[in-house]
Design a protein around this ligand. Structure first.
Ligand SMILES: Cc1cc2nc3c(=O)[nH]c(=O)nc-3n(C[C@H](O)[C@H](O)[C@H](O)COP(=O)(O)OP(=O)(O)OC[C@H]3O[C@@H](n4cnc5c(N)ncnc54)[C@H](O)[C@@H]3O)c2cc1C
Length: 191
């Protein structure tokens, strides 16, 4: 890995550059040395998410009232880029948690669900994932989806199969996409 390459910085403000420098140094010192171990074990060291939470790198786009960092999307991209330079694996695990799951819940869930899940997802005690793709539903995920969710009292019964779900094996919370009104086709899907 080359650390001496000058990245183009002309598009960043001084504040964004400072954020990139600070995040880059932290990720390089904390995460880069874990890459060989993760390749060997095919697993994520349990210290990673609590450390990200402690340093304020979870819930990047979630307001502080729900435990997040309250940053804009450009800042989140800068942090993701720096994290991925230090460890592509941790960069991907983080973006699946933080954008696909956490920001999705913040933007789309009601306040009860936000208050129930976001604080833990933002402090690193809960790991999140998003389950959309299926063995027969990739690029055309919404059109070809077969997983269904049927209401049963206070619960939903899920039937189906998902594949390629980043963080799937380690997640505490999976935001699953399923057909709740199959007769409505791609418009009958809930998360
Ligand atoms: C590293 C990684 C992490 C992932 N994480 C997640 C996750 O966290 N959650 C989740 O839900 N999913 C996840 N996925 C799944 C990802 O979203 C799917 O792989 C993606 O949607 C493509 O689907 P597919 O693999 O079934 O490929 P396919 O849809 O079968 O596509 C195969 C090829 O056919 C081409 N193709 C497809 N349709 C057409 C068309 N109509 N016209 C022309 N060409 C076409 C595609 O461009 C591609 O080259 C992940 C995938 C990867 C690789």
């Amino acid at each position: 890995l080359r650390n001496d390459i000058d990245l183009p910085t002309h598009f960043m403000t001084d504040e964004q550059q400072a954020l990139a420098d600070q995040a880059g140094k932290f990720f390089m010192s904390e995460f880069h040395h874990l890459n060989a171990e993760m390749d060997d074990t095919d697993d994520l060291p349990p210290s990673v998410f609590p450390k990200l939470g402690e340093m304020g790198y979870l819930g990047l786009n979630v307001p502080p009232e729900f435990g997040g960092a309250g940053l804009d999307f450009t800042s989140a991209c800068i942090i993701t880029e720096q994290m991925s330079r230090a460890s592509a694996a941790i960069g991907l695990t983080h973006v699946a948690h933080d954008n696909l799951c956490v920001n999705n819940i913040y933007r789309n869930a009601n306040d009860d669900l936000r208050r129930k899940y976001l604080p833990g997802l933002c402090n690193g005690t809960l790991i999140g994932a998003l389950g959309l793709t299926e063995p027969g539903a990739g690029s055309d995920a919404l059109g070809s989806m077969r997983t269904t969710a049927k209401k049963d009292g206070d619960d939903y019964i899920l039937n189906g199969a998902k594949i390629y779900i980043t963080n799937g094996p380690i997640a505490d919370l999976v935001l699953v996409y399923a057909k709740t009104s199959p007769e409505k086709g791609a418009k009958g899907i809930s998360a």
